[in-house]
Design a protein around this ligand. Structure first.
Ligand code: ZN
Length: 417
């Protein structure tokens, strides 16, 4: 599928959707466990404030900060027919080498709940995201509804984590392809509902595609010694797991097909982006070592999204080489500003990195730097609060980061949204 370049969205200055929540909201929800009836007005107020903040900082792809969610992926999967949320899920069902599960284990924890397929998957026809979008519509003018950003769970989220054969009952789905087929149908329904309500700006959040250490699940976790280690562990673990019936590369291709199926029915004016975290497939030195080049190419050429929101906050020089395979009809938003710590990046250094990346994008597509920059933007590398508690940065620190993102965008792309 080839589609024209989509612009505005994405904007030159972007953020990834989740924002730090005010303390009163966290207290109400967690400390006081207030019922929805009293929590809802507090959420409404906090969202109204954070939308105002985003507007005044000059952001156009505004979100509700994911303030109504506990975790970044929201409530899509447990709301589907055939999916069931399980408390204290049996540990032997997990692939312990998959980064987000490994992160739990390394802190001596295990997932307190998880969602399993227990029957044929079907969308109920009721969206659990739509109220979040509808409320945002009340806060911005109608001409701006199409700019509102809604983040969605990755369609592979409750597949990768489970040992082969544990993601779904074999008498319901004979194989992964059959299971993915129904997951994709559910997403098609969801996207159709949201489109009809006016949504035009979608961002899938996918730490799995990046296959890396998912620190935002356990935000207090220290940075891994070697950020590639865990994904090596993932690939090693995968190889050693005798239950697996496909290679990790075959799985990667199946996930791309799954995405493409999920978004196969969207109208041309709906913008689809995907945010990859801890981009091992993206940021890794392995990319330049032969075998992984093929993965970059597949990620950028086979996945039918308009925009990639990529994480590039590591101090390591380079890492942009895979962008040479970004096709000329796709955008990339460079997450060069960290959302994990309050220390502010040097603006000139960040601009230099953007130009460096632009030159690689340009060379790959046979464009000038100016042409390449037209399909690029800047953002923090991840959300500020993938989990409700959020990162080790306060609201003021977050605003300084967002202001820096806006300033960089204004200097690299003067006069653009
Ligand atoms: Zn992220």
């Amino acid at each position: 599928m080839s589609f024209p370049l989509h612009r505005n969205p994405p904007f030159r200055a972007e953020h990834l959707g989740s924002l730090k929540r005010p303390q009163y909201l966290l207290d109400a929800r967690y400390k006081n466990a207030e019922p929805l009836s009293s929590l809802k007005p507090l959420e409404d107020k906090a969202i109204t404030d954070i939308v105002q903040t985003q507007v005044s900082l000059g952001f156009r792809g505004i979100s509700d900060g994911e303030y109504r969610r506990h975790m970044f992926w929201g409530t899509f999967f447990p709301s589907l027919l055939g999916m069931k949320e399980v408390q204290n899920p049996p540990f032997e069902t997990f692939r312990t080498y998959v980064p987000d599960i490994a992160a739990f284990m390394e802190t001596g924890h295990k997932p307190g709940e998880s969602v399993y397929c227990v029957g044929k998957i079907q969308h109920t026809g009721q969206s659990t995201y739509i109220d979040q979008f509808e409320f945002l519509k009340t806060l911005v003018s109608k001409e701006r509804w199409g700019e509102i950003k809604l983040t969605l769970a990755a369609p592979n989220w409750y597949h990768l984590r489970y040992v082969d054969g544990k993601a779904y009952p074999k008498d319901v789905y004979q194989n992964d392809r059959a299971y993915f087929g129904d997951v994709a149908k559910a997403y098609q329904v969801e996207l159709d509902i949201l489109y009809k309500a006016g949504l035009r700006n979608v961002q899938f959040d996918d730490p799995n595609l990046a296959c890396e250490y998912q620190r935002q699940i356990v935000p207090c976790l220290p940075a891994p010694e070697d950020e590639y280690f865990c994904s090596e562990k993932m690939r090693e673990g995968w190889k050693n797991d005798k239950n697996n019936t496909v290679t990790v590369d075959e799985l990667f291709d199946m996930y791309i097909d799954l995405y493409n199926d999920c978004i196969s029915k969207i109208p041309a004016d709906m913008h689809i982006g995907v945010h990859l975290c801890r981009g091992n497939f993206v940021n890794s030195r392995h990319f330049s070592e032969g075998g992984y080049d093929a993965i970059a190419t597949r990620l950028f050429t086979r996945l039918n999204v308009h925009t990639y929101y990529l994480e590039y906050d590591t101090p390591r020089a380079g890492g942009f080489e895979p962008l040479s395979s970004l096709p000329a009809n796709k955008n990339v938003i460079l997450g060069v500003i960290t959302s994990k710590f309050p220390e502010l990046e040097d603006k000139e250094e960040m601009k230099a990195r953007i130009y460096q990346a632009a030159d690689i994008v340009a060379k790959g597509a046979g464009e000038s730097r100016e042409q390449a920059l037209k399909r690029m933007g800047v953002s923090p590398q991840c959300g500020f609060a993938s989990h409700a508690e959020g990162n080790l940065i306060d609201i003021e620190g977050m605003k300084r980061k967002l202001r820096l993102v806006r300033e960089i965008a204004d200097e690299v792309w003067p006069g653009e949204p």
